[in-house]
Structures are given as structure tokens and as C-alpha cells.
Design a protein around this ligand. Sequence first.
Ligand code: DOR
Ligand code: ZN
Length: 348
Amino acid sequence: METQSITIRRPDDWHVHLRDGEMLQAVAPYTARQFARAIVMPNLTPPVTSVAAALAYRDRIVAAVEEASGFTPLMTCYLTDASDPDEIARGFEERVWIACKLYPANATTNSAFGVTDLRKLQPVLERMQRIGMPLLVHGEVTDPAIDVFDREAVFIQQVLEPMARDFPELRIVLEHITTEEAAHFVRDARTGIGATITPQHLLINRNALFAGGLRPHAYCLPVAKRERHRLAVRAAATSGNPRYFLGTDSAPHVREAKEASCGCAGIFNAPYAMESYATVFDADGALDRLEAFASVNGPRFYGLPLNESSLTLERTDVEIPVSLAAGSSAVVPFHAGETLHWKLAAVG
Ligand code: DOR
Ligand code: ZN
């Protein structure tokens, strides 16, 4: 008989955008009701580049979720051309931030302050390697001459492979992988390299962007690729390989900012993230590997304890709302208007 319910250790989200202000208030509870911990991206305006800013942001996140959720935000440092190795090391030693985030300048939302020349980052990467602080990478080149669908694969060749060689002990996470090249790079790389995988890159290919018309809510960066790539990423996630772990990249933008002549990149998948992942693992006959992907591989990579609490999903239909309130506006969730067949039943 098919599995009707599954209980796993409570999962963590190793890559999420919680924003600030009224959007933070609206979206943080969705993450906190499922995940025990989440790595929070630092691409606010202005970006989180100092220990003091990270501490203040952490306090705002904690204030935005219910204490009973037991949720712990894990903070990150946004790298710029001016990043100071001493400030970064201090924040890591004081356990304020868990990792640094590398955005190539202008690769995506709020990345204008990102790194323009990796050579300027050598002292920072050396220090991170020495103290064992992970580097989280948005892996896309920004050269407008490179086709947008090739930017991840080219980044791996031009930037990531040399970096992994030049800093042989640096712990690196290639975030939100979307291609066969990325899945295979991570699988075959030296030790100390991992990848996060989002629900959308397991569930949609690039056709979703153009299904019957232009679909702004299917647009995120890195953009969804061809079906061949989706299948490779899906095989990676469900393989049980400890190098792959859950990172939603949930990235809310108000409806007006998505449905615009120049719509923002980002898919808001937090409200039904575990339902999305369960759908994938169930369809691929891999429900027995969901716990490793969602709750074990990430903490092992980061050297953190496994969560002792649990989360239960049941095979029950759940209708996804067409939009959710976010302060004075609304956000459209991933799967809006669809019915999923797994439902979060309990967290305890
Ligand atoms: O689609 C995306 N949205 N990709 C990113 O890398 C950033 C994110 C955001 O902050 O909106
Ligand atoms: Zn992201």
C-alpha cells in the first residue's frame, strides 16, 4: 500500500530570503512553522556586511516569529569588494554568522554591491579557508554576452573550478543548482563542496516561464533550465548523496513587483515548501531519502547537531491559495491555485 504519512526529523532551510519590514513580518512565520533553522540571505538594502547589522537583523527576525516555533535564524555576511577579513572572522568566531555569501555584482536581486573582481577577495577567501567558514556562492557569470541559460555552467568552468583548486580547504556551497553540470560538478568535486536545491528547480523547467503567456511567478535566478537539467537536479536531490541538501531560495516580492514590465526574480515557495519537496520524493519513489536531504545532510555539512524534534507530512490534498497577504500588498506563492497531495500535519 502506498505510504500515507511520513515523519522525519524536523528539517532546516539552508537558503532563504526573509526580507525586512512588513515583508519579514508576513513571510518569516511560514519558514518558522516548518524549519527549525534557516540560513538567511544578506541581500537587504543596504546589504548585511557588518557584525552589528547581522545582529540587529537577527533580532528583527526572532521578533517576527512565534517563540513557540523554536526557530533559529542563521546569519550570513554579504561579500563586497571592500570586505574586511578581520570583521568576517570576528563575526564567525562570535557565532553571529555561519557563512559568507558571494554574489557576483549584478547577478540578481540586490546584488549591485556584490563582488566585481574575485582577485580582490583573495585575502577574505584565505581567511575563511583558515577558520573553516563556508562560502555560499550564487553561481552565475554576469557577462551579458553569455546566454542567460548558460551562466551557471560557465561560472562553474571559469570561476568555481579554479576557486576550488586555489583554495583546496575552503568549504563551498553552490547554491540553488539548476543544471546537470552543477549536479555533476558537486558530485565529483573534492571534499568540502555541497549544493542546495530548491523546490522549483525540481518541479519546473523553462517551459513554465512561457506556459500560455509570460509567467512572472515562475521567474527566479538562476532561471529554470531545460527538462534534461531538471531531471539531473532531481536525480541528485533524491540520490541520498550527502552533498545535496535542502535550500528553498524562497524569495518573496510583492505582486506588483513581479507582474511588471521588468519583473523581479524570485519564487516565494516558503508556505508549502515541505509539501513541494514531499511531492517530488514521493513521485520518484524516494520518500525514504527525504529525511537525509531535508534534515541530515545540511547539518552534517555545517557541523551542526541534528534537530531532535520531528515533522509529519500526510497524503492529503491541500489547495494552494492564489495569493497571500503581505503587509499592504500581496505575494503569490509557488503552486498558486494548484492542489498538492501532501500536507504538513504536525511539527513536534
Ligand atoms: O530569484 C532570485 N531571487 N534569485 C536570487 O538569487 C535572489 C532572489 C531575491 O533576493 O529575490
Ligand atoms: Zn537566494
